[in-house]
Design a protein around this ligand. Structure first.
Ligand code: SAM
Length: 277
């Protein structure tokens, strides 16, 4: 669908949307780039999308042009009239909620499973990601397409035996597939942030059987809380962990970052049988 819309820079000027540092506002104006990001989840024609932080609506526009039905949560009330104008160009396709995405009950907004798409300040993005990954499985979302600082994106997709590998990698990979879909140069943003960005794409997979999530969380927190120590030291406070490692043939002299996601899952499966955890 092609609708004549004013250039985004004009929208910014008309509605006085000078970027607020406090709200982590770094806007994207390049329609080709926005189109590429909007295509990361796949064909969105007729699909429900939950967009967090639409701002002046550049990415929202690209999602609507891809045929999506968009529900968006934006905290900055200055952006609401600009988004209303965008909604008029796509009648019945855009629903905007003014509010804090950290407080909105997102699953309640959808009948089906939406694709989540967001270009957010990184601290809010990480908090939301952890919440979305910690939800009941299967999750209420079909996929996550999220812009992060490149360094955070690398932690999400990290492999063992790298500095980036830690709790975020295990949490992101134990029952989902996570990949970096594209990197975005800092100069693409207005104003440009200090660091490079990357878009992460996460799709849910089947959860490994017999693993209680709080147990996996407790193990990864203890192991990576002292990542330079041997597991026999870092996992000492986790009741039964040393016996479980012995049963699984995992050397207790290893350190957290050498354990694969599957090994963390195996450990969590054994300990999930223990009522003490
Ligand atoms: N999506 C737009 C783009 O790509 O140009 C704006 C991206 S800007 C990096 C982040 C947006 O998230 C801003 O519009 C900001 O007001 C909004 N935002 C920040 N914290 C938020 C929160 N807790 N809940 C909802 N929106 C938030």
């Amino acid at each position: 669908m092609s609708v004549a819309l004013p250039p985004l820079r004009e929208v910014i000027q008309r509605y006085g949307l000078n970027a607020s540092k406090a709200l982590g506002q770094n806007f994207l104006f390049d329609s080709q780039l926005l189109g590429r990001i909007a295509r990361v989840p796949g064909n969105l024609n007729g699909a429900e999308v939950f967009e967090v932080g639409p701002g002046p609506g550049g990415l929202t526009r690209a999602l609507l042009e891809g045929g999506a039905q968009v529900t968006a949560v934006e905290r900055d009330r200055r952006c609401i009239p600009a988004l209303a104008e965008l909604g008029e160009a796509f009648p019945g396709k855009l629903h905007v909620i003014e509010g804090d995405a950290l407080e909105v009950d997102a699953p309640a907004l959808f009948e089906g499973k939406p694709h989540v798409v967001a270009n957010l300040p990184y601290n809010v993005g990480t908090a939301l990601l952890v919440g979305w990954l910690s939800t009941q499985w299967e999750p209420w979302w079909a996929s996550l397409t999220l812009m992060f600082q490149k360094e955070v994106a690398e932690r999400i997709v990290a492999a063992p035996d790298t500095d980036a590998y830690g709790r975020l990698a295990v949490l992101s990979q134990w029952r989902s597939q996570a990949r970096i879909a594209m990197t975005v140069h800092r100069s693409a943003f207005t104003p440009p942030p200090k660091v490079m960005s990357a878009v992460v794409h996460i799709v849910p997979a089947e959860a490994p059987a017999g693993v209680r999530f709080p147990v996996l969380e407790a193990i990864t927190a203890a192991a990576f809380g002292q990542r330079r120590k041997m597991l026999r030291q870092s996992l000492k406070p986790v009741v039964g962990a040393l016996d479980a490692m012995a049963a699984l043939g995992i050397e207790s002299s290893r350190r957290a970052e050498t354990l694969s996601v599957d090994e963390f899952v195996s450990l969590a499966r054994v300990l999930s049988q223990s009522p003490a955890l």
